[in-house]
Design a binder for this molecule. Sequence first.
Ligand code: SAM
Length: 243
Amino acid sequence: THFGFEQVKVDEKQDKVADVFHSVASKYDIMNDLMSGGVHRIWKRLTIEQSGVRRGHKVLDIAGGTGDLTMRFSRLVGAEGQVVLADINDSMLKVGRDRLMDRGITGNVEFVQANAEALPFPDNTFDCITIAFGLRNVTFKEKALASMARVLKPGGKVMVLEFSKTNNPLLTKAYDLYSFSLLPKIGKLIAGDEESYRYLAESIRMHPDQETLKGMMEEAGLSQCKYQNMTGGIVALHTGIKP
Ligand code: SAM
């Protein structure tokens, strides 16, 4: 049946994503620094700066992985606040938990294994929700955005930090060359895993462009949706507010 066929594709994508992140978990942080030349730290810092998160806030970091954003939010919200790091993958969660523990970041951080498509939290819970380099791995993005809108407080902010579409032909050429030729080789060399980094490049190419994603956020019921390109559109930060 049609449904059967779709289901097989869905399971394939989920299995693929699970394999990729089980495989890369232990090398994830060093690979991020290598592949982006450290620039992912700047993208993440800009996200934090624009979050509006303050002491006492409740923050949800979906697809939080090894906790880069969670760590920064934990300092911002203080002891009265709370940060929930949610991720579907237990290998990534474990690396994240150990890493935060090592840095003495405990107390206001909680770790939850969850699928972004079906967030296990009550309605109107969080002041801010982030998903950084996670949405492109989610099978049903519309479902994930709707789930985020549901658990966000009215007036709260959703922030989607994700690879996007470059706006300059020369940059696009260089970037394609980099991501399809060099990146899988770096993956092979450092993480012993060429295939996962090939998947990474492919998933970036398949991800909706800036305007499409903005439309999807509006469809999910968010207002004041807008985006800001970073590094020539290699990455974009989309934000929306729950009315
Ligand atoms: N946010 C972190 C960062 O910016 O460094 C980690 C990003 S990592 C590229 C993507 C993460 O998304 C992985 O940890 C993966 O397990 C998680 N993920 C993939 N599909 C997911 C889903 N459906 N729900 C929740 N997390 C998911």
